[in-house]
Design a protein around this ligand. Structure first.
Ligand code: AQP
Length: 343
């Protein structure tokens, strides 16, 4: 359905966000943060702290505020420049919620029923999940379409939600006879670590909500914690293969090689050219050194910023004003298209 739509002629815009739902980990850093930084000069970039998304599961209010600042600090510490990229809290731009409601009336129940993330996050008792958790992908579509974003850098786990955004955009354009109003945004899922796996289980995604802290490297971990987690990471007894193809049936080895590649801006092939044939006894310390040297400056800068909440708040307020200047006229146009009374 989406591929037949006429081409969108608006400007390139890049947008993404991270939920304010827990400490950030290496998966968020490699799959999202590092990618945002790599793209920020390609086109106007909007990066928000997804606090509306975070409350789809219970968040302690005081913790949510602190977490919002911490994610903003992580954005800046990773290299996003608030002068070049618009950094803001999602809830500070009310147009997100307004557009989400309208798109809730465009999206179909059958589409949401297919979303695998809801199935995973709601678990065995989906009747106890919040309604917000179910409609979360529609809010995500609103986040993106509100800025008419053309590219959305995300990890592999968000691919299905991006496809849904395209379907919602196409249906809105068709239903209301405005063929090119919303672009059909492209997911940008790039780099060797688009799905960083748990350090304890190569078949599970590294995740904030994994009960085992040993499963992930947090951006707030110190050098000793990072080295210990990598030393204890699950592996198999074989040495690393001589070619990257040899990683195919070795999820834990593949994960550690992908992490090394992403942290050192190399391909997996280059990492295997360097370490192929060597055991984990040699590879793990090299990976730990690399992870510590890559993350230590980010962690230190995050701490420095967190000590100055007023500065973070200034960035978020300025970002919210700049974001609203783009978003408010779009939601106004949507209301007009839908036929809402405007006086
Ligand atoms: N393991 C991962 N590997 C690569 N990318 C990842 N991302 C998340 N986990 C990995 C990417 O990080 C961005 C922000 O994710 P989010 O916090 O908004 O939501 P999430 O995907 O639900 O993250 P978590 O850590 O798995 O949180 P919980 O445990 O709360 O569900 C997205 O671009 C995502 O792809």
């Amino acid at each position: 359905m989406t591929d037949d739509a006429p081409a969108y002629a608006g400007p390139r815009r890049i947008l993404s966000g991270i939920q304010a739902s827990g400490a950030l980990h290496l998966g968020n850093y490699l799959g999202a943060l590092k990618r945002f930084v790599a793209l920020q000069d390609a086109a106007p970039t909007f990066v928000f702290v997804a606090d509306l998304h975070a409350i789809t599961v219970w968040q302690d209010p005081a913790v949510l505020t602190a977490q919002t600042r911490e994610i903003a600090a992580a954005y800046i510490a990773s290299g996003l420049d608030p002068a070049r990229s618009t950094i803001f809290p999602q809830s500070a731009v009310s147009a997100h919620s307004e557009l989400a409601w309208i798109l809730n009336c465009v999206a179909r129940l059958g589409w949401l029923d297919r979303m695998t993330q809801f199935k995973e996050k709601s678990g065995k008792h989906k009747e106890r999940a919040s309604v917000g958790l179910y409609t979360y992908p529609v809010l995500q579509a609103a986040d993106i379409l509100l800025y008419k974003a053309t590219e959305v850098p995300v990890g592999e786990d968000q691919k299905q939600h991006l496809e849904l955004t395209r379907d919602i955009a196409a249906k809105f354009n068709t239903d209301f006879g405005v063929p090119c109003f919303f672009p059909l945004p492209e997911p940008v899922i790039q780099g060797p670590a688009t799905r960083v796996m748990s350090l304890r289980d190569g078949s599970a995604k590294m995740s904030k909500s994994d009960p085992s802290d040993q499963s992930r490297i947090n951006l707030t971990d110190d050098a000793d914690a990072i080295a210990a987690k990598i030393r204890k990471a699950k592996t198999d007894p074989e040495p690393l293969p001589e070619t990257a193809d040899g990683l195919a049936d070795r999820p834990e080895a593949r994960n550690l090689v992908a992490i090394y590649a992403a942290l050192s801006d190399q391909t997996r092939e280059q990492v295997i050219a360097q370490f192929g044939g060597q055991g984990f006894g040699a590879f793990k310390p090299a990976l730990a050194d690399l992870a510590v040297s890559a993350l230590a400056p980010v962690t230190a800068e995050m701490r420095r910023l967190m000590d100055d909440p007023a500065e973070i708040d200034r960035v978020l307020k300025d970002g919210a004003e700049r974001a609203a200047a783009i978003a408010d006229p779009v939601v106004d146009e949507v209301k007009k298209i839908v036929g809402f009374w405007r006086g």
